[in-house]
Design a protein around this ligand. Sequence first.
Ligand SMILES: Nc1ncnc2c1ncn2[C@@H]1O[C@H](COP(=O)(O)OP(=O)(O)OP(=O)(O)O)[C@@H](O)[C@H]1O
Ligand SMILES: [Mg+2]
Length: 186
Amino acid sequence: MTGLSHGVLISGPAGVGKTSLIDELRPIASSSGGWFVSGKYDQHRRDLEFDGARQAIRAVGRLLLAEPEDEVAEVRARLLHALGRNAGLLAAVQPEFGVLMGVAPDASIGDSLFAQARMQRIGVDVLAAVASPKRPIVMFIDDLQWASRTPLGFLDMLVSEGPPRDCCWSWRIGTTRSTRRTRSPR
Ligand SMILES: Nc1ncnc2c1ncn2[C@@H]1O[C@H](COP(=O)(O)OP(=O)(O)OP(=O)(O)O)[C@@H](O)[C@H]1O
Ligand SMILES: [Mg+2]
């Protein structure tokens, strides 16, 4: 969690142990004061509740709501500063953050493509505002092979932007099934 890498993609055949491997990181992240948040995509469900990236960001909101008020106050200020006009959209899509920030949901979301682009920006800004050297965040998104292009764009943005220059405190992990078959030895 302190290296220079921002993200890692674990790829392998079905059932090889990708999810189990990453789950081993849960206690390691917790023992160093970090948060391990996760989400997964579903082969048969493409609706928002089954959006793995959204589940992981929602998990961050829920963990924040369980924090003591003095901790929350600091994060609230960082979130409001980072999100600006997007705070209302986040409150509309993820009510936990509306409660946390004391912001009313913004019903004027705009057309869906524009809203999706704003949501990607929001996801990146939330992680940057909440994670800190004291509270590193490991975000794990499982079964990326079922994700549509939009969440993949979000993950691409997360990995390519990385954390602010002065610290390396968060990590993104994804798993995807490999589709290529390995040739059996002769
Ligand atoms: N190191 C291990 N030793 C023994 N069993 C393991 C090990 N790792 C995983 N397993 C078992 O193998 C099975 C598949 O593991 P897992 O679900 O992690 O695979 P996966 O690669 O994530 O599969 P999928 O592509 O379907 O998501 C599970 O029952 C798990 O308990
Ligand atoms: Mg798996």
